[in-house]
Design a binder for this molecule. Sequence first.
Ligand code: FES
Length: 152
Amino acid sequence: MITMNAGTPQAKEVPAQITEYPRKFVAKLSDLEPDVPFDFNYPDEGEYSDNMVVKMGVKAGGGIGPDQDVVAFNYACTHQGGSLYDSYKADTKSMGACPLHLSTYDLTRHGILISGQAYQSLPQILLELDGDDIYATGIFGLIFGRKDNLQG
Ligand code: FES
């Protein structure tokens, strides 16, 4: 329970809403080649659910694995949904430039914007490692075109 309007005459307790993301197998860590993205869908198969996981070889925010260098991001640019498919840059560990208005995102720092028209970071897929198996367990940020990541 959480308290709405705490400290006011309108204060009341309401049930907290908890978002439950699916836990989905993505890939085997040992199958990932350095700087070669592997594509997967998450949290469903709906629109803008295309993502990639990549082993970058440098420590990254939210990175998993022994070197904390494995991260996953959504392919839809947060500006107007341009596809960032096939735009990973190994030399700068970034995605972009977006083909529509050139936004570029830093994958070592939770997908923060480097340059371009977007004003939100690229949604990062939260990962867990179980032995050699990589699982997607949530999303940090809102996927373009959705008002709720789980209602594609
Ligand atoms: S849609 Fe990507 S920068 Fe505009």
